[in-house]
Design a protein around this ligand. Structure first.
Ligand SMILES: [Zn+2]
Length: 485
């Protein structure tokens, strides 16, 4: 069947200026992009006054968390995103071993998947996903967290206590994933289990990805007072492991203790590393809201021994009073009492508090706000690391300076949701529905953040270049004759 899209302005995704043209598609291929005055087609779409452009790439998505309940990725595809890069921040669903299957199941249950975990290896997982079928293309990182969990050392073992055999088993998991087609390795070093991993452990694992020309993508160890040290650790890992690098969401949260100019210095350090020959890129969210792990503000001593032990310890009023004085980390504005910025995204134990901020929860429960926080963690027990919160973390000015910067590509950093089915009430938040498109509606159309908005704005969505991500030949994100539509 052929389709003709008439009278539109074409943004071809290569950085070319917009131009008026008709687009003819035959089966799954673009066969003409020019003025086609008398052409006919089985289906004609009038795009008068509209822009015709290729599908967008979300270069950092968490849609793998909801893909089993929402394979049609409604909230994402309706923003024009047709490829999502998933498995980010060190969090993922494969591999899954007898030691970690319950952990994986637990997290997927948070997003309403009650089915069995039928896969063990990364290859088996990708097979299961492609048998299920998804509306958009998914490209996958293998996550450090899933690998650690699958050898039984999850969030309770420091690198210094990891045995040679466990390290060898983790490397084998990275190798298996790379052979199955993973883009590379992702880590999340600001929370468990990545927080317990040394730079050497990460280099050891990333080297395996490097052997396959893979990527190392990381949620850094710190985005506040130690941002510069975290960037330097990232560069060291990329340099010594021979990978390409992607610094995940290089956004600095406001009122969390980052020095004046810390973001600019981090960006300059990346630019210098690029001049020195390292292939490093970065990305940013396009909204002021971001989500994070509720448990990540806890001090390390209460985290050793795993989530169940943490939940048990937090029942003790003495432990609570010590912990609340030592929570000055991660979202440091919580320690400063800005609980109104923090909205709980979901709690299986207390569905009535979803979407509320912590002062609202304290009002509802008639309790001290810190006790509400601890009670939620205690009730979550072994699922404590899966508790997420949404907060106003970035200023509008900071988001604008990032989306304007040529080094940054755009990301949603959120799972896809849907107005149908169980996710409607579970994940009704703005980042799922507008995380990507807000850039066009707000920064391009309303605020004119980009100087040459008409061309720059569309390349922004594909700046995580298709060739960079080894997506070339698999999916197309340019609108040119001969390419797949
Ligand atoms: Zn993320």
């Amino acid at each position: 069947m052929n389709i003709l899209i008439r009278n539109g302005w074409v943004a071809d995704g290569t950085g070319n200026p917009l131009y008026p043209a008709d687009v003819m598609i035959e089966d799954d291929r673009i066969v003409a992009v020019e003025r086609l005055h008398n052409a006919q087609a089985a289906r004609i779409i009038d795009a008068d006054g509209k822009i015709v452009c290729p599908g967008f790439i979300d270069c950092h998505s968490h849609t793998d968390w909801t893909i089993h309940t929402n394979p049609t990725v409604q909230s994402t595809i309706r923003q024009g995103v047709t490829t999502e890069i998933v498995g980010n921040c060190g969090i993922g669903n494969a591999p899954a071993s007898d030691l970690s299957r319950e952990y994986v199941a637990n997290r997927l249950r948070e997003y309403c998947y009650e089915g069995p975990i039928t896969w063990s290896t990364f290859a088996e997982y990708l097979d299961a996903i492609s048998r299920m079928g998804t509306s958009c293309n998914l490209a996958w990182f293998v996550s450090h967290g899933a690998i650690r969990e699958s050898v039984g050392i999850g969030g309770s073992t420091k690198s210094s206590d990891v045995t040679k055999e466990q390290m060898g088993a983790m490397k084998n998991h990275v190798r298996e994933a790379m052979e199955a087609g993973a883009l590379g390795l992702s880590t999340g070093l600001e929370y468990e289990p990545g927080r317990l991993a040394s730079t050497e452990e990460i280099i050891g694992l990333a080297k395996v990805a490097g052997e396959y020309d893979g990527y190392y993508a990381s949620h850094l160890r710190n985005y506040a007072e130690s941002l510069q040290t975290a960037i330097e650790e990232f560069i060291e890992i990329v340099n010594l492991s021979g990978t390409r690098g992607e610094v995940s969401h290089l956004n600095v949260r406001y009122n969390t203790g980052a020095e004046e100019g810390a973001w600019q210095r981090a960006v300059e350090t990346i630019e210098q590393a690029r001049r020195d020959g390292l292939n490093i890129q970065t990305d940013c969210v396009g909204l002021e809201d971001g989500f994070g792990c509720l448990a990540a503000i806890l001090p390390p001593w209460v985290r050793t021994g795993g989530p169940e032990r943490t939940a048990k310890l937090l029942q003790d009023p003495k432990v609570r009073s010590n912990v609340r004085n030592e929570c000055d980390r991660y979202w440091r504005f919580i320690h400063r009492g800005e609980w109104d910025r923090v909205h709980i995204m979901q709690s299986r134990q207390f569905p009535e508090i979803a979407g509320k901020n912590f002062f609202e929860i304290a009002d509802l429960w008639k309790k001290d706000v810190w006790d509400c926080y601890f009670d939620i963690l205690v009730a979550a027990g072994s699922g404590l690391d899966h508790l997420l919160a949404l907060a106003l973390v970035f200023t509008e000015e900071h988001v604008a300076e990032m989306v304007r910067h040529p080094l940054f590509s755009l990301e949603g950093d959120i799972p896809s949701s849907s107005l149908d089915g169980p996710l409607r009430d579970k994940l009704p938040y703005r980042p799922s529905y507008a995380g990507m498109i807000h850039f066009l509606t707000h920064h391009v159309k309303e605020k004119h953040t980009l100087r040459s908005a008409r061309t720059q704005s569309f390349t922004k969505f594909v700046i995580f270049k298709t060739a960079q991500a080894n997506l070339n030949g698999v999916v197309t994100h340019v609108l040119l004759v001969g390419r797949k539509s």
